[in-house]
Design a binder for this molecule. Structure first.
Ligand code: COA
Ligand code: AMP
Length: 636
């Protein structure tokens, strides 16, 4: 595939004749009914890919490979330094385990189209649960284990699941996370009544089961009859994955079966340059889209070996973990977030631990989730001696929108850029008037509709929010919510969000969700949260809080209570540790908090007073306050 201009040829082909391009890509998938209609545009802006096709995603991930005589190939390696164990499943073993567990969930009354929430740590059973849902046409919704009960409750209420699948515990380097109390509180807080849970008991810590509601995973398996794959319409939902919007209410990103399978398969070859039998490792979590796409679906759709890693880059047991896993499992392509490499670099700046391992199996490192600082990319590339690809994508798309597509052609991409638009994404940078800006000028990064297969066709039961959040500002385009520019060579530079989403250690959070929790505290009148630069985690939330009059507790006590409350309501991943009490929030005359200015102040940048602000003196007060907690000018 590697010859000059092949990238441009594929990009043009996908843009100019999407039906032909994606029709051909669809042939890599096993359909129980071949699609004849590649794109249905009868109800714009709701495009549907392969609308009359029928398939099963689990069949394509597992059975298809077994039927092709590849049942003995290793499909999944679970590498768990936190339990000091490893487990391998061949394609045949994984197919059998999934078919059997699909029997369990069917026995619990789950049918095609029913939702199943999966709230689990990084264990093979989480993957088995996802694929088992796919097998019988149930719609899974995985909730990240680092989220607290209240966040789980929001997702239960939106997805209204028939069943919840969970485990007794997760294991973080310094503590065992008891899932059961979080699960129980989530179920209790939710208005939708969850009638059944199937719980996987781990050896590290077991939990009590609630009679009449909770079912033991292993016991249920003993009685289960394996279930076959159910044929599904290409447009039937495979999963719903919640992601942060600008409010506290998460958005339920819907993924279809057909477009997703085609796009996942195409991306493995075109972007990551892998082939069946390669070992692919994504160090993420199945709770995020990266985990859905590149720990589970894409590697299995292509027939690779996927490494599922239950550990951290550092502390499990040391900063040599990445090199160890690559060497031990002969990983060919590795994908993680820049923040993970920053953590390794901080502990082992000279890369001494890397020298202890043979990482020569590796061909490429892919980084995503946040803007990658050039230092980190250079450091990782030096110690791994492979190309480092910064690529850009979102929960909404499920696969990269911009990359250096190594499987098509290795392009000359400067450090700091996220590469070129991937074939299928007709990407434009638009100004506020909707017109394309010139190269080098910042604007809204938008993709001309239709989005390629794999991208979300809508939000769960919320077509209106889909349109208003993504499609209305620039008619005919998908608005990504990221700002950036194209350089003269056509490379895309993704610089910042245009909204109030922040990125903390590769975890996408909204400042609105944190503000909502803080504002719920009885001492608080109102609060503003912004994401401030952090050298390790990329960004950290910092809050400016206005107290109600008459509060007698000390400011320090209130702040400690707020930190505890955010941890309890959202979860530890919010990494919320810094707040300051202020007299008033700076607002425009129409009552909007001037967040962009607050961000600049927190980061110690030069800032100017917005013309519309009602009282400019508040800003200098806030700058002083933030300086006292290590932000603002104290940083520079
Ligand atoms: N369950 C429960 N708690 C969790 C958790 C989980 N699945 N994941 C993280 N947490 C907790 C951590 O233990 C930590 O708790 P603490 O405040 O008691 O120390 C807190 O949440 C913050 O975690 P995190 O920000 O993830 O920091 P970390 O030091 O644990 O890990 C990284 C650092 C870089 C390894 C981690 O942030 C990471 O892997 N980030 C990449 C995320 C990602 O894959 N994004 C997708 C794009 S590729
Ligand atoms: P998520 O939906 O959690 O995957 O987060 C998506 C967001 O992460 C994007 O909208 C960007 O803001 C950010 N992001 C992801 N990859 C990159 C990248 N390579 N460069 C810059 N920002 C990125």
């Amino acid at each position: 595939m590697r010859n000059n201009n092949e990238y441009q040829a594929q990009f043009d082909a996908a843009r100019d004749n999407p039906e032909k391009f994606w029709g051909e890509a669809a042939q890599a998938i096993r359909w129980s009914r071949e699609p004849t209609q590649i794109i249905d545009d009868s109800n714009v802006p709701f495009y549907r890919w392969f609308a009359d096709g029928e398939l099963n995603t689990c069949d394509n991930c597992l059975d298809r490979h077994v039927d092709a005589g590849r049942g003995d190939v290793v499909a999944l390696i679970h590498d768990s330094p936190v339990t000091d164990s490893q487990q391998r499943y061949t394609y045949a073993q994984l197919r059998d385990a999934v078919a059997r567990f699909a029997g369990v969930i069917r026995d619990q009354g789950v049918d095609k189209g029913d939702r199943v929430i999966i709230y689990m740590p990084m264990i093979p059973e989480a993957v088995i649960a996802m694929l088992a849902c796919a097998r019988i046409g149930a719609v899974h919704s995985v909730v990240f284990g680092g989220f607290a009960g209240a966040e789980l409750a929001k997702r239960i209420d939106d997805a209204t699941p028939k069943l919840v699948l969970s485990a007794s515990c997760g294991i973080e380097p310094t503590r065992t996370v008891e899932y059961k109390p979080l699960l129980d509180s989530g179920i209790e807080l939710a208005e939708h009544k969850v009638e059944r849970c199937v719980i996987f008991q781990r050896d590290t810590l077991t939990c009590d089961l609630i009679e009449g509601r909770d079912v033991d995973w292993q016991a249920a398996l003993a009685d289960a009859t394996p279930a076959d794959c159910v044929p599904l319409a290409a447009t039937d939902p495979l999963y719903v994955l919640y992601t942060s919007g600008t409010t506290g209410k998460p958005k339920g990103v819907v993924r279809d079966n057909g477009g997703h399978a085609v796009a996942m398969h195409y991306s493995m070859k075109a972007v990551y340059g892998v082939a069946p039998d390669d070992v692919f490792w994504t160090a993420s979590d199945v709770g995020w889209v990266v985990g859905h796409s590149y720990c589970v679906y894409a590697p299995l759709l292509l027939g690779c070996t996927s490494v599922l890693y239950e550990g951290k880059p550092v502390g499990t047991p040391d900063a040599g973990a990445f090199w160890r896993v690559i060497a031990e499992h002969k990983v060919n392509v590795f994908f993680t977030a820049p923040t993970a490499f920053r953590a390794v670099k901080k502990v082992d700046p000279q890369g001494e631990l890397a020298k202890q391992y043979d990482v020569s199996s590796l061909r490429a490192l892919f980084l995503a989730g946040e803007h990658c600082d050039p230092d980190t990319a250079v450091w990782a590339g030096t110690h791994l001696n492979v190309p480092v690809v910064d690529h850009w994508w979102q929960t909404e798309t499920a696969w990269p929108m911009a990359a250096n597509p190594l499987g098509i052609e290795q392009l000359d991409v400067p450090l700091g850029s996220a590469g070129r638009p991937v074939p299928g994404y007709d990407t434009h940078v638009l100004g506020p008037d909707g017109a394309e800006v010139v190269n080098g000028e910042m604007g809204d990064i938008c993709v001309k509709l239709p989005l390629p297969p794999g991208c979300f066709p809508t939000l769960w039961q919320n077509d209106a929010r889909y349109k208003s959040s993504y499609l209305e500002d620039f008619p005919g385009y998908y608005r990504s919510g990221d700002a950036g520019y194209f350089d003269a060579d056509g490379n895309l530079w993704v610089m910042s969000r245009v909204d109030d989403i922040i990125n903390v250690a590769g975890h996408r959070l909204s400042t609105g969700m944190i503000e909502e929790v803080i504002a719920a505290h009885p001492d608080v009148a109102e609060a503003a949260v912004v994401g401030a630069f952090d050298a390790d985690k990329g960004q950290l939330p910092v809050a400016m809080v206005v107290l109600k009059s008459g509060v007698t507790r000390s400011n320090d006590d209130v702040i400690a209570a707020l930190i505890a409350l955010v941890r309890e309501r959202i979860g530890p991943v919010a990494a919320f540790r810094k707040a300051t009490i202020v007299e008033r929030l700076p607002k425009t005359r129409s009552g909007k908090v001037v967040r962009a200015t607050l961000r600049e102040i927190a980061d110690g940048k030069d800032w100017t007073t917005p013309a519309t602000i009602d009282d400019p003196a508040i800003l200098t007060d806030i700058e002083e306050q933030l300086g006292r907690i290590g932000y603002a000018r104290s940083r520079s």
